[in-house]
Unconditional design. Sequence first.
Length: 291
Amino acid sequence: MSAELIDGKAFAAGLRARVAQQVPAFAAATGRAPGLAVVLVGEDPASAVYVRSKGKMTCEAGMESFEHRLSAETSQEELIALVDQLNADPAVDGILVQLPLPGHLDSEAVLLRIDPDKDVDGFHPFNAGRLATGLPGFVPCTPLGCLMLLEDRLGDLTGLDAVVIGRSNIVGKPMAALLTAKSCTVTLTHSRTRNLPHYLAHADIVVAAVGRADFVKGEWLKPGATVIDVGINRVDGALRGDVDFAGAASVAGAITPVPGGVGPMTIACLLRNTLVAAHRREGVALDEDSI
Ligand SMILES: NC(=O)C1=CN([C@@H]2O[C@H](COP(=O)(O)OP(=O)(O)OC[C@H]3O[C@@H](n4cnc5c(N)ncnc54)[C@H](OP(=O)(O)O)[C@@H]3O)[C@@H](O)[C@H]2O)C=CC1
Ligand SMILES: Nc1nc(=O)c2c([nH]1)NC[C@@H]1CN(c3ccc(C(=O)N[C@@H](CCC(=O)O)C(=O)O)cc3)C=[N+]21
């Protein structure tokens, strides 16, 4: 292995500490802590683990966590009614509805119902549009975390060639928009891309969000590339990324591990977005770039 390890777990701990530092001043100004509501529908064990971990870290940062666990049989109307209630609740600054939802529910309609000013996931089309057009809003947590790790490692990203693998609304597309805003030359690839290794051979930055264990091979990479592995794949009970770590680590300049890379950044960015939402809603000043 020659690549440097990008320690997302450590960076995320620092970010959560910076968020926590801002909470007392907000509480002094408003008489309350920032609040995050998390909605979990059904009993998917992986989702339950994430929700528990989000709740714990929210409290550790000094913020208020409101957990809503609904049965897998919850109707669309019941879920929408809960979103409306959270939209109207002044103690709630951020709302996260854990995805994926059970198949009978219309997740697009649920995401559309969330007040865009409380949309700390950044999944509402208003916020996707704001990101695409360069307006302030909320940026999805996973790509925001990836960008923070990239800028921490590389500094100014201007002019770098970036390849994003995967075009989902929650990772690939917003990642491409963020890198474009940072003046990278971005290639957004997906399952219909004809010759992925051709694009990767030129990439200074690779962000892999495919959902297939060990998919990206070391031979495809440009020597010295910075590789961000978003993938969370469970293989025989263990977590694997979307990048063949051993192969990639002998070619890349730096790489994130799985676990301990992007995952912890996602939760830390969720807390950051909640802090930002609280300040914006209350009209309390916050230097967002310093967090
Ligand atoms: N660490 C974290 O915090 C998070 C991790 N994840 C993980 O990241 C991964 C991606 O998640 P998500 O974006 O939601 O996944 P999706 O399944 O929504 O999207 C996967 C994307 O990969 C593309 N793809 C599939 N096969 C290939 C292929 N052979 N070559 C190139 N592209 C391909 C698909 O293309 P097409 O559009 O053509 O189908 C699609 O755009 C998953 O492992 C997920 O668990 C997700 C969110 C947060
Ligand atoms: N509305 C919504 N918002 C999300 O942000 C969202 C979601 N739904 N649905 C599921 C995905 C996935 N996701 C992860 C968060 C943290 C880790 C994480 O902390 N992972 C640890 C390991 C955790 C473990 O051991 O299982 C790590 O990579 O080190 C992973 C994945 C957020 N998601």
